[in-house]
Design a protein around this ligand. Structure first.
Ligand code: HEC
Ligand code: HEC
Ligand code: HEC
Ligand code: HEC
Ligand code: HEC
Length: 195
């Protein structure tokens, strides 16, 4: 699946961030209203997820996309607990920055892994050097700042919170942003990143 089906830039250049149900529903085409009506007709409490999943509701089952049983179960769970309830999945943000930090994906969208490869040594504390060793440079630049190949994980990586700030410990530190900026001749005035 293309990364862009879930992670994309809006027309104004801002980044859409985590995908919402609206994005997922482009392919997971269960109609929430129809599903809720069918659940009511069966006399099931809409918040009794287990009962809904067991009942084999046609308005849900007929619209699942998965091929095998494990995937079907995972997809059904997403549809029943989130999509038809109108609830967003509470995704974990491994890179969440404090509110006083301004970060823009749009500002970094033209930066490629290939461009950075010549600075592999200088950036070795900032970017996992193995990112530059792939046979072909990936089109996406996400590995420069996020966990390497996080999209290939079936199980989410451990989410460790900093006890004081509540933020993920994987949040990029200021000196890392600054190191790459200095190497690429980018501004490092405080107001570049603090608004
Ligand atoms: C089906 C939708 C979907 C597709 C397709 C997808 N992603 Fe994601 N991605 C997500 C969701 C949902 C999360 C949040 C996961 C979580 O909270 O555990 C995420 C998280 C991420 C993150 C981590 C953000 C953070 O918090 O650090 C990165 C990086 C990422 N995806 C990159 C990619 C790349 C690269 C591709 C294509 C190869 C891709 N994704 C394709 C849905 C998708
Ligand atoms: C571009 C179409 C598309 C989009 C967008 C999409 N999906 Fe899917 N999804 C599929 C298809 C097709 C399958 C079945 C895959 C298979 O059988 O191998 C699937 C399977 C799944 C499964 C079960 C398989 C598994 O690997 O766990 C879950 C759960 C799921 N999707 C959730 C989501 C969520 C949540 C989103 C939004 C963040 C989303 N999907 C966005 C097409 C899509
Ligand atoms: C230059 C570093 C950098 C690159 C490159 C980068 N990210 Fe991020 N990403 C960040 C930072 C920093 C945050 C946290 C932003 C915040 O706190 O507002 C973030 C946050 C995210 C989030 C969470 C968004 C949200 O709504 O909070 C997702 C999803 C994500 N990035 C996906 C991607 C994907 C997909 C790519 C590759 C196409 C990518 N990122 C490339 C640094 C980067
Ligand atoms: C791997 C290198 C790299 C990392 C890491 C990185 N940046 Fe950047 N950043 C760049 C480059 C290169 C540009 C200029 C891109 C362009 O103009 O195409 C840039 C541009 C920016 C800009 C826009 C500057 C302007 O003049 O408008 C901001 C803001 C910014 N970065 C903030 C951050 C923050 C905050 C972090 C850390 C969370 C970060 N960057 C991490 C390379 C990096
Ligand atoms: C290239 C981006 C960037 C620039 C330039 C930058 N910062 Fe930061 N700053 C960050 C990020 C990202 C964080 C949050 C992560 C962290 O605490 O390291 C941060 C955090 C901080 C914090 C909070 C530290 C803490 O532990 O709570 C202070 C204070 C700060 N910056 C001051 C400054 C000052 C003063 C300047 C100018 C001399 C500056 N910053 C320039 C990105 C930047």
């Amino acid at each position: 699946m293309d990364c862009e089906s879930c992670h994309y830039f809006r027309d104004d250049g801002s980044y859409a961030g985590f995908p919402t149900n609206e994005v997922c529903a482009e392919c997971h085409a269960v109609d929430p209203e129809e599903a809720m009506e069918a659940i009511a007709e069966e006399g099931i409490d809409p918040s009794d997820y287990d009962a809904i999943m067991k009942a084999g509701i046609g308005a849900i089952e007929d619209n699942l996309a998965s091929g095998d049983d494990d995937k079907l179960a995972a997809e059904r769970e997403y549809v029943v607990k989130y999509l038809i309830q109108g609830k967003e999945v509470p995704w974990l943000n491994y890179q969440y920055q404090p509110d006083n930090v301004y970060f823009s994906h749009a500002a970094h969208k033209d930066m490629t892994v290939e461009d950075m490869a010549e600075l592999k040594k200088e950036l070795s504390d900032v970017v996992d050097p193995s990112v530059f060793e792939a046979e072909e440079f990936p089109e996406q630049n996400c590995n420069l700042c996020h966990l390497k190949d996080v999209h290939l994980n079936d199980v989410p990586p451990a989410f460790e919170r900093n006890i004081l700030s509540g933020y993920s410990k994987m949040t990029m530190k200021m000196w890392k942003c600054e190191r790459c900026h200095a190497l690429k001749g980018q501004p490092n005035a405080c107001y570049t990143c603090h608004k």
